[in-house]
Design a protein around this ligand. Structure first.
Ligand code: SAH
Length: 256
């Protein structure tokens, strides 16, 4: 298996099958192979096959899933694409840096590059599941590319990164003793964290403000490894147990 197979392109809720076909073609042209479709509106479809030209194998092997969590499961790096600025800034890569980072990390674990809906892009919730965002620096007055064209640009950058890595010995990832936490483990951690903060009385689900968004961004910047994540889960459980013991003690006092 080549590193190209470790980079998956994820299309969320695509409306037009032609774009799915165009994306498949872009993926294969650039030497990638893996396409994940999150609840596509119309797939399989003749128009997708037609636009894919000779890349129907990418369509045939596409994995259709119900939600983004399933599509990024197992990934150690998730990059979300965005056609515009969002309210809460996120660690940002340009397309070149995205290609380089994806290629560098593909040697170690699966990488996902996530694309949004033709009309609305990715939701904030979906973007917050990503380690980085990438924006193709288009004309600010007309910034939104066609979906398949955006896939083309980012797959091209992965290919360019692979070519320059082949020429010059590219710097390997720093020698780390633990693999990075994967997307699904992080998602469980955030659920656990939110519940612990509720138990503590720190966080109110009815009035969440931007607390969880900012915490997700904080942890995203750190890129937790598997061991760190497991220690933090243990800390949360201990906090919850302590809160629980405190509540029962208070309850006993009021009962007696
Ligand atoms: N009106 C939508 C545009 C969606 S374009 C919005 O404002 O978000 C469909 C998808 O193509 C986007 O979700 C993104 O994945 C990709 N895309 C289009 N233009 C892009 C750009 N300039 N940079 C990065 N991704 C882009």
């Amino acid at each position: 298996m080549s590193y190209f197979d470790s980079v998956r392109i994820v299309l969320v809720n695509s409306t037009h099958p032609g774009n799915i076909g165009g994306a498949a073609r872009a993926i294969k042209n650039m030497g990638l192979s893996r396409l994940y479709l999150v609840a596509p509106r119309d797939f399989p479809a003749d128009r997708a096959v037609w636009r894919a030209a000779n890349a129907v194998d990418v369509l045939d092997n596409a994995i259709v899933v119900d939600n983004l969590d399933e599509a990024i499961a197992g990934c150690g790096l998730v990059v979300g694409t965005s056609a515009r600025e969002r309210r809460i800034p996120w660690p940002l890569l340009n397309p070149r840096e995205c290609g380089e980072r994806a290629w560098l990390e593909a040697a170690h674990h699966d990488v996902a590059i996530v694309f949004g809906r033709e009309d609305r892009g990715l939701t904030n919730e979906e973007l917050q599941k990503c380690n980085y965002h990438v924006h193709i620096p288009s004309n600010p007055e007309y910034s939104s590319l066609n979906l398949a064209a955006a896939v083309q640009v980012l797959c091209y950058e992965v290919r360019m990164a692979s070519l320059s890595a082949a020429q010059s010995e590219s710097p390997p990832l720093p020698d780390w003793d633990m693999p990075p936490a994967k997307a699904e483990a992080l998602e469980l951690y955030f659920q656990h964290l939110e519940q612990a903060l509720v138990d503590l009385g720190f966080h109110d689900r009815e009035n969440p403000r931007q607390t969880m968004t900012r915490l997700r961004r904080l942890y995203g910047r750190i890129r937790l490894d598997e061991m760190e994540l497991s220690i933090l889960r243990g800390v949360l459980t201990s906090i919850q147990n302590a809160v629980h013991r405190m509540h029962s003690a208070l309850q006993k006092k009021t009962d007696s």
